[in-house]
Design a protein around this ligand. Structure first.
Ligand code: GDP
Length: 304
């Protein structure tokens, strides 16, 4: 928790300290609600989630006065509700690969979001938890991408399936990777994909071709489609996410670069607006700097 608090330092500083001074002035009133609204928007919580939070506070205030301490506690509860809602729909609070089965996790996201780094970190996490892992370097569009993934493969000691040569078909790489995964009894296959947002049609076509290959060749696999989202982009990231949500059948989000970002509130916009659970959070460039998302921990790091 301490580490996450540090990671969320900037968001925490802005949001918590000011919230405390707003709320700390006595029972919550209409003026304070407006200040809270402004603070939430500043922290990139987004309009929808902010409205929801302010309305929930208002409704509570109609029933009873909220002294400062209770106001913060009540607020934390609302934030946790927002963050947990998509998880309740999916009924699996912590995302983990199923042992003894092939799990295919597709990672999508624009270049620079931290996709490759996240694959490295997930591979490390998977290996530590004694899953047999494999990485497919299916971002064949960028010449450097395959090399970058390979570097993480070397670092984690996990095999990378790649196709040499540029502009190979990403679906062909996935095909090879599935064959390799079956031959080796792999439990977790991590697939790096190209992050070209400029052309939504291409992106959709590429991702749906990959999905067809998976459905055909690994029909029993447990599939996760995770969007890697740079939290420092704030609301712009949400717009990107909407495009990927349309193209990639997303099942969850990995929120990266929470360290140093003052926009940690974007986590709430992701769950409220996109209805997607946050599955992991990245708060650093190191191999250990990825953790499963837990709403309690996140809210405490933000406001505790
Ligand atoms: P990709 O283009 O999406 O594959 O992005 P990369 O994985 O290459 O990451 C882009 C840059 O962001 C690299 O310099 C990473 O070290 C950095 N990065 C990735 N995740 C994090 C994170 O959680 N925190 C910080 N501070 N940097 C990160």
């Amino acid at each position: 928790l301490k580490q996450l608090r540090q990671g969320l330092g900037k968001t925490r500083q802005n949001l918590l300290n000011q919230l405390k001074s707003v709320v700390g002035q006595g029972p919550l009133g209409a003026d304070a609600l407006m200040d809270i609204e402004a603070l939430l928007l500043q922290a990139d919580v987004g309009v929808e989630a902010t409205d929801f939070i302010v309305e929930a506070l208002q409704a509570k205030l109609r029933q009873e006065a909220l002294p400062p301490d209770q106001a913060i506690i009540y607020l934390k509860g609302i934030l946790r509700d927002i963050l947990d809602r998509p998880l309740k729909a999916q009924n699996n609070p912590v995302l983990a690969p199923h042992h003894g089965q092939l799990n295919i996790w597709l990672l999508t996201g624009v270049n620079g979001a931290g996709k490759t780094t996240t694959i490295g970190k997930l591979a490390h996490l998977g290996k530590k938890s004694e899953y047999s892992c494999l990485i497919a370097a299916a971002d064949t569009f960028r010449a450097a991408a395959v090399q970058q993934v390979q570097t993480w493969g070397d670092r984690t000691g996990i095999e990378v399936i790649a196709n040499p040569g540029q502009n190979t078909d990403p679906a062909a790489v996935v095909f090879d990777a599935i064959a390799a995964a079956k031959a080796r009894g792999t439990e977790l296959l991590l697939v790096d994909t190209a992050g070209r947002l400029q052309n939504k049609k291409n992106l959709m076509a590429e991702l749906s071709k990959i999905r067809r290959i998976i459905d055909k060749n690994a029909p029993d696999a447990v599939i996760e489609s995770l969007l890697v989202l740079d939290s420092s982009l704030g609301q712009n990231g949400i717009r990107q996410a909407e495009v990927f949500a349309e193209a990639a059948n997303l099942t969850g989000v990995v929120l990266t670069k929470l360290d140093g970002s003052a926009k940690g509130g974007v986590a709430l916009a992701v769950t409220q607006k996109l209805g997607l659970p946050i599955r992991f959070i990245g708060a650093g460039e190191g191999i250990e700097d990825l953790r499963p998302f837990a709403s309690y921990e996140f809210v405490e790091a933000l406001l505790g």
